[in-house]
Design a protein. Sequence first.
Length: 313
Amino acid sequence: MAKSLFFGGKGGVGKTSCATAYALGCAAAGWRTLLVSTDPAHNLADLFGRAPGPTPTRMQAGLDVVELDPDHETQRYLEQVKATLRPLVSGERSATVFRQLDLARHAPGTEEAALFDALVGLLLDTGEKYDRLIFDTAPGGHTVRLLALPEIMGAWVEGLMQRRRKVRSDYKAWLGDGEVVDDPIQETLMRRRGRLAAAREHLTCPAHSAVILVANPERLPALETARTRELLESHGLHVGAVVINKCLPAEVDSQWLANWREEQRPWIEHLEASFPDRERIRIDHQPHAPASCNDLAPLQEALGRLAPWHDHA
Ligand SMILES: Nc1ncnc2c1ncn2[C@@H]1O[C@H](COP(=O)(O)OP(=O)(O)OP(=O)(O)O)[C@@H](O)[C@H]1O
Ligand SMILES: [Mg+2]
């Protein structure tokens, strides 16, 4: 199965730049690589010079890119739910059930569930095609929520299954003939539980998956990053490294920038002290915001230090 790496962190810290730079490095090293954006505000098109689209698209030798589109995934997800339910609900009721499903499209959580379903699909079904899955995630808590979902949804599906089992045993008792009743819903739930368990196993195995936390050397991102590490670990997820991006380089040429660099220093130290047992990578603030894959070369080089860990973990 492919190894997966999730780049997470607060808004604007450099997740997209780092995930893309690292994916380019993986492809250059000969790994069949898929770069996945789960951030609804996609911006990979700018770096690659063309839009990747909602299914994996070859962008460079050895590198495919996909931008999971919440609308597209929600549509696909609800169609799948409808297809499962179609043989189970009878004529009159089906119109009501399907209308409710159409409304569910806008309910809180539906989009997240759909994105998650797509993520599980990538984790479990593309293993033969790729060696590396690199995820560029949406800012902040979104990543934690997304990665913790197999645990939460597993418990939810388990609850549904228990209720279903109760209904079936009541039903058998009413019929009084002890016949085993075929239950397609139960089967669907069991399949889903199996996939969630497999996804969770993959996500919580440090040899297969890790989160790379990207932060800037400033007060709030530094403090939040240490907390995010704890939160991810409390869900059994492995945090592989911290990337401290946009550090002002040693040779800045004005007093004003030198002062700013001094302000960064305690937060670099704070971040490094929060990850004493993990890879810590500093990346310089570049003179220009990287606007293309070529501009990402310095980031790619710095992130190359992740490779030995990622290759042999
Ligand atoms: N090391 C760097 N030096 C200079 N500019 C950088 C560096 N890293 C990223 N940037 C710039 O900072 C901005 C934010 O970077 P990026 O889009 O990678 O962050 P993000 O964490 O993905 O943001 P969002 O949370 O909005 O998705 C971009 O303009 C990017 O080009
Ligand atoms: Mg981004």
